[in-house]
Design a protein around this ligand. Sequence first.
Ligand code: SAJ
Length: 424
Amino acid sequence: MKKICVIGLGYIGLPTSAIFAKAGYEVVGMDVSERVVESLNKGEVHIEEVGLPELVKEVVEAGKLRGSTTPEEADVFIIAVPTPIHEDFTANIDYVVSATKSIVPYLKKGNVVIVESTIPPRTMDDVVAPILMENGFDTQNDIYLAHCPERVLPGRILIELIENTRIVGGTTPVAAKKAGDVYRAVVTGDVIETEALTAEMSKLMENTFRDVNIALANELAKISQKLGVNAHAVIELANKHPRVNIHQPGPGVGGHCLAVDPYFIVEKAQAESPLIQESRRINNSMPDFVVEQIEKLTVQVAKPKIAVFGLTYKGNIDDVRESPAIEIYEKLAHNPRFEVHAYDPHVQNEQVPFELSSFEEAVKGAHVVAILADHNEFKQLTADDFSSMASPVVFDTKNCTSLAGDFVKLYRIGDLSMLQPIQL
Ligand code: SAJ
């Protein structure tokens, strides 16, 4: 049985390590954080993911997975480190570079080296392969080098790592085959071989496709306000066409994938990517659009109290990274006219730089409740839940509530043409 060394024990590296260990491989997970390695060696996990604590405990106790702060010799190396974005919207590939350099002393002829991190196009050919070549390895013959992007959804990682189709982009056809075989041992979905550059671009285009389509839906929401039409009804009817799938408008696009990956393409093809850039601008404009509506609603209220419901970047998760809801909270809180409260049943206070309120504290005496994440808890709210508001106005930016009755005035993001300032 082969030995695998995984570099980076984050949201992708740790579940990947555990899945290969469960399949019987000897896996060593390397991370620069001693805390992460210590917790792994105790059979514990430092991230939240369905089913992961049980799986990690099982494979660590079975002696199949262990942590280390240095890489080790292995047959296969999988690099799964983050690629954050610089302030100028270019990719920071420093972790990929240092991970690649860190395995050099342990590499042998015939090893497979796979990069799973999301990277700008041409990074395998222009950055990763040259590092190995400078260190005396022939990446055309001695080392099998490939890019195999992950495409899993948080909350379903252990299922999707096994069932999703995997794209394996080799720097040579033999490398694609060898790296593909690594995944074929555990993946039940298709494993498709291609070139490294095609794999890099396909990953980035998946998320860019979604970002551009969400921008179209957000633009439709703004157009609908001007024209006096309900965008949600328009989308529902247009999507009855068999080849149309308009996405959903919302308070903006968050997370570390859709709000970031399109910039990796723009960085490498600035003049050729106006649509991608404009889509980013439209989606980035949505927090301001939401704040403007709240300002219009409360223009006649002396000291409006706003209750922000939901701070995560999407529903039913605890992740606040790049969340438009946080931006909206901060823009509102920055305006001394408003008293702003935030409530989120999925978020702990230490995750955000301000005080969270309970449901009752947030709602009592509020003039507007702005729903910014489609958590299941919010979908179940009824008009009675808002009875303590000073003026019962709910602004649902995720089109997720179904508040019946006359008591609550409900505005949805795609249906704002009748918006009236609150009269007390
Ligand atoms: N959103 C909308 N309208 C929509 C759909 C989503 O406003 O119609 C917003 C969400 O509220 C959220 C953002 O977009 O703020 C992103 O959410 P998401 O569920 O579309 O995606 P992520 O970022 O959680 O995960 C994506 C997934 N990619 C695709 O669906 C193409 C996932 O499969 C990838 O593995 C992940 O990016 C990644 O790691 O790249």
